[in-house]
Write a protein that binds this ligand. Sequence first.
Ligand SMILES: *[C@@H]1O[C@H](CO)[C@@H](O)[C@H](O)[C@H]1NC(C)=O
Ligand SMILES: *[C@@H]1O[C@H](CO)[C@@H](O)[C@H](O)[C@H]1NC(C)=O
Ligand SMILES: *[C@@H]1O[C@H](CO)[C@@H](O)[C@H](O)[C@H]1NC(C)=O
Ligand SMILES: *[C@@H]1O[C@H](CO)[C@@H](O)[C@H](O)[C@H]1NC(C)=O
Ligand SMILES: *[C@@H]1O[C@H](CO)[C@@H](O)[C@H](O)[C@H]1NC(C)=O
Ligand SMILES: CC(=O)N[C@H]1CO[C@H](CO)[C@@H](O)[C@@H]1O
Length: 509
Amino acid sequence: MMTMELAKSISLSILLIFTTFDASCAFRDEPLTLLISFGGFRWDYLSKANTPNFDQLIKDGSFAPDGIVSAFVTDTFPNQHTIATGLWPESHGIVADEMYDPVLDDHFDNGKTGNDSSLWWDTGAEPIWVTNQRRGGKSGVYDWPGADVKIKNTLPNFRNSINSTDTVTFNERVDTVIDWFTSTENPINMGLLYLKEPDHTGHTYGPDAPEMVGVISMCDETIGHLVQRLRETNLYNKTNVIITSDHGMTAVDSTDRLIVLKDILGEITDMLDIIGTSPVVGIRPHDDKFTRIIYTALGSDEHMSVYLKDEIPDELHYKKNPRIMPIILVANEGWTIVFSRDDVKDQKGDDGYSNTLKSMSSFFIAHGPAFKSNFSSLSFNNVDIYALICQIMGLEAAPNNGSLAIVSEMLNITYPTPIKPTTSGGGGGASGGGDGPDDANPSSKHSALSQRLIIAIVIAGIVSLTSAIFLTGMCIRQHKNRMKEYTGVPTARTYEASKLLVEQEDDIA
Ligand SMILES: *[C@@H]1O[C@H](CO)[C@@H](O)[C@H](O)[C@H]1NC(C)=O
Ligand SMILES: *[C@@H]1O[C@H](CO)[C@@H](O)[C@H](O)[C@H]1NC(C)=O
Ligand SMILES: *[C@@H]1O[C@H](CO)[C@@H](O)[C@H](O)[C@H]1NC(C)=O
Ligand SMILES: *[C@@H]1O[C@H](CO)[C@@H](O)[C@H](O)[C@H]1NC(C)=O
Ligand SMILES: *[C@@H]1O[C@H](CO)[C@@H](O)[C@H](O)[C@H]1NC(C)=O
Ligand SMILES: CC(=O)N[C@H]1CO[C@H](CO)[C@@H](O)[C@@H]1O
């Protein structure tokens, strides 16, 4: 009898602990974020095929009809990392797909195994998955460059196996990310997914080839599958899905439009190393005193720009990093730079050119509770995406180069941006603390109960109270951290309000 009462009161306490924990830790009701990047999806590719699934998201969401501007150089690694960190490549340090670091005295080649060490990535830049995790969130990252190494001593909570890259279908990749969102043990609140098409097909056949139709349809079907899975798992309404791309694509013709450095440089090729591949090539003189000689020898070529590092135009934001070489060559659109004719790649499309070229722009769609529906956004820089995600998730952003000026126009004023500690955080704590004694009190009124039983119940109550306070406290702290206001920028609400004010003033004027 006694034991049964004791067991009962203990199980009641345990139930209480979990109820309290659940109430204050109800993050599962918060909106989720899914960021998808399709490699080499040029801003205007949607017009090449029937894309009913993309179209539906555009209709119900926000879209940049003129595309968005990629960072220079318009390669995959620099841009995936710019999207993830909100920094220009000169500031995050992944300045090209292939780089040389004079301090490490090492080469980086698409982060191939052995090259993909934290030394290359852990430069102070903070990817959004790290920002999320530092605020108590959980992230899952599929195939996104930089996710396989520790950055700020943090790996994503979930990531795909490196080996899956070539064999797994896009739909299966989507399924894996959905599994991370719906994990009962450890559900993520942020997913990132990189998909390597239509980049591959664009390189092989050229951006205007008929082969593009099929691959863009395939990407559209992937989005259809994603929406279906989000609906099935009841996540569709509460997931903010952002779909973009690392860069665009332009047609190249490496038989006709070819710049052969060996022919231009002649003898002095001995003085230098060539770093990276067309269309942006770095020249690393073996000695500083060779720089001028090489620069002069390169002369002015009408098919490429030749820059000394400190003469690179400011608007490219491509100067302040030791991984940017003393001389930089940038091919004109459609031209290919090679060292010798033997190096010509058999491809009909390429990226990497100046980001001022329209063909290098990528696309942008945002859908979910945070975003306006049927809204057309002005074009913006992909450096703004990090700040946008921090804004909709209520995350305090790391220092970055993004601006909310354009992207905040997409935000739906009714979206409850998680900007402040909500009542569920503070309230849960208070009631959690109060429930323990309340529960013990009625029992203590029963004078018929033996003293030992009262003691047992009181002990159970104290245990429950202590645990509840401890767990709730942890939870509130986590919650508060995540809810911390993104300082320095207007929230959706205040932004809309101040905009309204400006509009009213305009009316008056
Ligand atoms: C990937 O595959 C290689 C060769 O098949 C194997 O040696 C390696 O352990 C695998 N790595 C992972 C992370 O599964
Ligand atoms: C999701 O939103 C749609 C349209 O607003 C609504 O009909 C549906 O009931 C919502 N579903 C959930 C699970 O909230
Ligand atoms: C904002 O979201 C609400 C609720 O989903 C929706 O009814 C409304 O149309 C949205 N506003 C805009 C401007 O899209
Ligand atoms: C979507 O926006 C366009 C132009 O802004 C407008 O003409 C159209 O009526 C809108 N459609 C819906 C369904 O609101
Ligand atoms: C970009 O942001 C970083 C970090 O705040 C800063 O160091 C850098 O100067 C910024 N770059 C520009 C061009 O503002
Ligand atoms: C540390 C390491 O393995 N570095 C290699 C990275 O890749 C380049 C190019 O393939 C090699 O030259 C480096 O030795």
